[in-house]
Design a protein around this ligand. Sequence first.
Ligand SMILES: Nc1nc2c(c(=O)[nH]1)N[C@H]1C(S)=C(S)[C@@H](COP(=O)(O)O)O[C@H]1N2
Ligand SMILES: [Mo]
Length: 155
Amino acid sequence: MRSWLAAAALLATVAPALAQAPLVALTGQITHARTLTLDDLRAVAPVTITVAQANAGGMQEATFTGALLWDVITAAKPIDAPGEKTTLQHTFVARGKDGYAVALAIAELDPNYENKQVVIAYMRDGQPLPVARLVVPGDAHAGRSVHELVAIEIR
Ligand SMILES: Nc1nc2c(c(=O)[nH]1)N[C@H]1C(S)=C(S)[C@@H](COP(=O)(O)O)O[C@H]1N2
Ligand SMILES: [Mo]
């Protein structure tokens, strides 16, 4: 009982700190460059997607909940290069804590083009994830599913 109370008290102090810890930095050609916390991501309308993708061990199916990358990007307002006639110039490099990096193009996300429901996930199969993860539905392979996502650079 006593240890249960101690654990609950610890969780009560640690959980809010985790929610406010820096999670994913938005950098590059963006008006509102900032580091998003879990609370920031939770403040975005949540999207839930189920993906089945191949990894080294075979096919893996999972359901993820998170913030739509398109919503996060549009709120942060990409800066168009001088002279460019379209916002379709933009690409994103998503990077994990280990340096692993993958690229996305804005037309993949834009509802007027591919409208891919790419999410910055903070839940997997109904359980909170300890770190953020990029999930790219439609990809046959899990290669762009960046684990421990720490930064998204807008180009
Ligand atoms: N940060 C990070 N994310 C990564 C990788 C990596 O090396 N580092 N490998 C990718 C590759 S190639 C695959 S197949 C999946 C494997 O993750 P899973 O086993 O959870 O599907 O993670 C992807 N995300
Ligand atoms: Mo992989």
